[in-house]
Design a protein around this ligand. Structure first.
Ligand code: ADP
Length: 374
């Protein structure tokens, strides 16, 4: 990684000595990051060094490739598969760039265009490219698809961004005025929103790939419900809505994946809050003989007859949120349905435009496990 200030170690193999010297000279002035360049005169020596020392990047001269018909690249990628490769070449051989890159070289550099800035950029790019190639490969080996990988990768820089915004917002770096606070608050809210979208994308692709295993445990659904209403309390109050929770019994215990059921309830009740301006949200939990039934009713905008059959599909954003509420990606109901179905349960919806919606799901009862697991 070029951004962490460590010295980047460059191995230059079989380049004409004046080029090796030029690379050394040009990079010696670079500071952020700094470079340490070592030159060796033959492929064999180079391999030896690469296997022993820890280098961040390899610069190979094109002449090596001419004589050995690109075989040299294969040797390198096989012997030191994690080492990024840059090939130094002449402008007149530009037409070979495509073939060279296809063989596994991360980037090429024309001798005539060599400058400190370009060199350091090409090296940085090669390292990053290799890094993501390795990551992609290991993701593929783990069976993760592209969407999962990308959403996963995007969450890390987003977390750093949020941390930065929070540092300023929490006045750790000094005073801020009201206007700045407002702007940063909006920024942080949107970072959270984006993160939620990424998590949902990651989630749905894992679920669809059959990669989600339930971690079942014994718990009280009413207790969980309290956590859900607690989490949404501020939003419910802010909109002047009422939340009513009723149940057939004080405690309703079941065996299920607690985190996943929490997520499903948060999605349903969260939507009810989002799409309701006036009135109330009513949650009813019923302990039946073979199953537990839960319904979430609201007096909100409702869903049209035409839209109802599409509601649990992916990327469905059908209605409008009153007050121009935050847009998601239409994934949460698809995830909710998947969660219920992973538990062998059922979910359905009834709604009338302008009157309100009612989402109901049921979870089959399972025998209480003999060993308590958390
Ligand atoms: P998102 O991930 O965008 O929140 P959801 O999958 O949760 O999307 O919901 C998809 C769409 O279903 C919403 O954009 C909205 O049009 C509709 N919808 C969901 N719940 C309700 C509700 N309680 N009342 C009215 N419309 C709803």
């Amino acid at each position: 990684n070029l951004t962490n200030n460590a010295t980047v170690r460059v191995l230059v193999v079989e380049c004409p000595s004046k080029d090796t010297q030029a690379i050394k000279d040009l990079l010696s002035k670079e500071r952020d990051p700094a470079f340490a360049v070592e030159g060796v005169s033959s492929q064999k020596l180079g391999l030896d060094r690469a296997l022993k020392g820890r280098f961040d990047v390899l610069i190979l001269d094109e002449t090596v490739l001419k004589t050995e018909n690109l075989q040299a690249i294969e040797t390198w990628t096989q012997k030191v598969p994690a080492l990024p490769l840059v090939v130094l070449m002449d402008a007149e051989n530009k037409n070979r760039i495509f073939d060279i890159k296809k063989k596994g070289v991360q980037d090429t550099l024309l001798r005539s265009e060599m400058s400190a800035r370009l060199l350091s950029r090409v090296i940085g790019y090669a390292i990053e490219k290799k890094h993501s190639e390795i990551e992609m490969k290991s993701a593929a080996n783990m069976g993760l698809d592209f969407v999962s990988l990308v959403s996963h990768e995007l969450r890390a820089p987003l977390a750093i961004t949020k941390e930065g915004v929070s540092l300023v917002l929490d006045k750790i770096l000094g005073k801020t005025n009201l206007k700045q606070q407002q702007v940063l608050k909006t920024a942080r809210k949107n970072i959270d929103r984006l993160d939620q979208i990424l998590m949902n994308m990651l989630d749905i692709s894992r679920i669809e790939a059959g990669k989600v295993a339930l971690k079942k445990q014994w718990f009280d659904l009413m207790d969980l419900m309290k956590q859900v209403s607690g989490s949404l309390d501020a939003r419910i109050k802010a909109k002047g809505l009422a939340l009513k929770v009723s149940s057939s019994r004080e405690k309703i215990e079941l065996v299920a994946d607690k985190k996943r059921i929490f997520q499903a309830l948060m999605n349903l009740v969260g939507n009810a809050v989002k799409f309701t301006e006036k009135g109330f949200i009513e949650i009813t939990i019923t302990d039946k003989e073979n199953e537990i039934e839960c319904s979430v009713n609201d007096t909100g905008v409702g869903i049209s007859k035409d839209d109802l059959p599409k509601i649990f599909g992916k990327f469905q954003q059908l209605g409008w949120a009153p007050g121009g509420g935050e847009k998601g990606m239409g994934l949460e109901l698809a995830i909710t349905k998947a969660i219920v179905e992973l538990h062998n349960g059922r979910i359905q919806v009834e709604s009338r435009l302008g009157k309100g919606s009612s989402f109901m799901f049921s979870l089959p009862k399972e025998p209480r496990p003999r060993m308590k697991k958390n």
